[in-house]
Design a binder for this molecule. Structure first.
Ligand code: SF4
Ligand code: SF4
Length: 467
């Protein structure tokens, strides 16, 4: 009797043949309650992901991570000069929070929220099915010799994939440089912003190859998160599991019908699996908890008039007849460490003495007063502060040789800074003899009147007459 192609070899991955070459998967589509839930959730995520960087709050993008300027904008508020320690703390907190969620709900991220899963199953697979047909037709098309039909279908598919990848990659880059900047750059020649153009093209290539071709290989062999999750999980974590007690012995020629379990060995759970595994072999590292096999099996159980849930969300303990503990010492440790890092983040943020200064020159570059003996430059100074500390700021010129030649005039002495963003008008009055060819670059220091510590410095260019 010939072996069913879905009867997997126990000695190797479903995605490799006996020579170690990749076996391309053609997961079948499925309908069911979990598929509907995921579809709704996936579309919400896609809209959220694609719209978020274009959404403005208080004149700023809803989310922007400007790594080069060390600025982090979220929901209309910007943290300037974010110190590496803050990045570390928020990343560490996120990592342990994910470990906490994983210890409770297993690989919920992979199956429900990972951008790869979301985009492949909602958009890329849909396009592929539309152009190349259902799983069996796709398999036959790949096996078929080269023909005009094959060339046309493959070319069209990769053309649409490329267009979609370009859009996704541009949105991704938009999170780092801001949508207006991105729009401006896109409208100009690539040579004017070569670095960003190259970064966007690399992102497009990665998205195209990963979502269009590499797919489950990334989850199985490349994703570090997949490895980490297996460490965070235990026998109480929620997993997609096959009920061995109810299903076995599965239908087979050697099993008497009267004694067989509920599994009729139809392989539908294997046919729909995007990572090609057989969940009846127990929880496996390749399972991304996408619930496709739950729907496939529930459909069979409904047709057989048997209760659903032969494959279901459960825990190892529940499957062995024990009670599932919702909160375990492991999950408590994860959440405590995560909260510790969040608290440290808030502490360092509030204790921060960092001030961010931006000098904006007034409409009139300079004025000459006192019969040419004094030049005045007017600036608007934007001061941003990410902590809650109050500063009594005073300004001075850093260069010792210029201290007596330049006076800085502000509306109040000292200037009290207690809000995240403050704007003041600053006048520089100076002797024109300090200018070289009509300009002079100086450094302004801001020091706290109470502690006498310098809390920020910024360069500013003074201008005046050239003679
Ligand atoms: S879909 Fe259900 S009945 Fe069919 S092989 Fe899988 S577990 Fe058995
Ligand atoms: S075994 Fe089931 S839940 Fe796991 S990846 Fe395959 S189809 Fe998804």
């Amino acid at each position: 009797m010939s072996k069913n192609i879905f009867d997997l070899d126990p000695e190797r991955l479903a995605t490799t043949d006996e020579f170690g070459n990749r076996v391309y998967l053609y997961p079948e589509d499925v309908k069911g309650v979990w598929k509907t839930r995921r579809k709704i959730f996936y579309w919400c995520l896609i809209v959220f992901y694609l719209v978020l960087p274009w959404f403005y709050i208080n004149g700023k993008p809803a989310l922007m991570i400007n790594i080069f300027a060390r600025e982090f904008t979220v929901l209309g508020s910007t943290l300037h000069g974010v110190e590496p320690i803050l990045f570390f703390l928020i990343l560490a907190s996120g990592l342990f929070f994910i470990a906490f969620i994983t210890s409770l709900f297993g690989r919920v991220w992979c199956g429900w929220a990972c951008p790869q899963t979301v985009f492949i199953s909602t958009i890329f697979m849909k396009v592929e099915t539309l152009i190349e047909g259902k799983a069996r037709q796709r398999r036959e098309l790949d096996k078929a010799p080269l023909s005009l039909n094959k060339i046309l279908r493959k070319s069209l598919k990769w053309l649409v994939f490329t267009a979609m990848s370009l859009h996704i990659a541009h949105t991704f880059v938009g999170y780092f440089i801001g949508p207006r900047e991105l729009f401006y750059i896109t409208m100009n020649a690539p040579s004017e912003n070569l670095g960003i153009f190259i970064a966007t093209m690399i992102a497009t290539t990665v998205v195209l190859l990963d979502f269009g071709w590499f797919r489950e290989q990334f989850c199985i062999i490349a994703c570090p998160y997949g490895r980490m999750q297996s460490v965070a999980m235990d026998e109480n974590s929620l997993v997609v599991a096959y009920d061995v007690k109810r299903g076995e012995p599965r239908r087979a020629e050697t099993v008497d019908r009267a004694n067989e379990g509920d599994c009729i060995n139809c392989y539908n759970c294997v046919k729909v699996c995007p990572t090609g595994i057989d969940i009846r072999r127990g929880t496996q590292l390749e399972c991304i908890a996408c619930t496709q096999c739950i729907d496939a099996c529930d459909d069979i159980m409904t047709k057989l008039k048997k209760p659903k849930g032969l494959i279901r969300y459960s825990s190892e303990n529940e499957m062995n007849g024990k009670k599932r503990k919702m909160i375990t010492p492991r999950s408590i440790v994860y959440i405590v460490i995560s909260l510790f890092f969040v608290s440290s983040f808030i502490y360092f943020l509030n204790a921060s003495t960092h001030l961010h200064l931006v000098f904006i020159r007034g409409k009139v570059p300079f004025q000459v007063i006192e019969s040419g003996r004094t030049v005045v430059n007017q600036f608007t100074l934007k001061i941003s502060h990410q902590g809650i500390q109050q500063f009594h700021a005073n300004f001075s010129v850093k260069e010792p040789e210029l201290k007596n030649s330049i006076s800085i005039v502000t509306p109040a002495h000292p200037t009290v800074i207690h809000t995240p963003d403050k704007k003041i008008v600053v006048f520089f009055k100076f002797d024109p003899s300090i200018l070289v060819l009509g300009s002079k670059k100086i450094t302004i220091e801001v020091f706290d009147e109470l502690t006498k510590h310098v809390v920020a410095s910024e360069e500013v260019v003074l201008v005046g007459p050239t003679h």
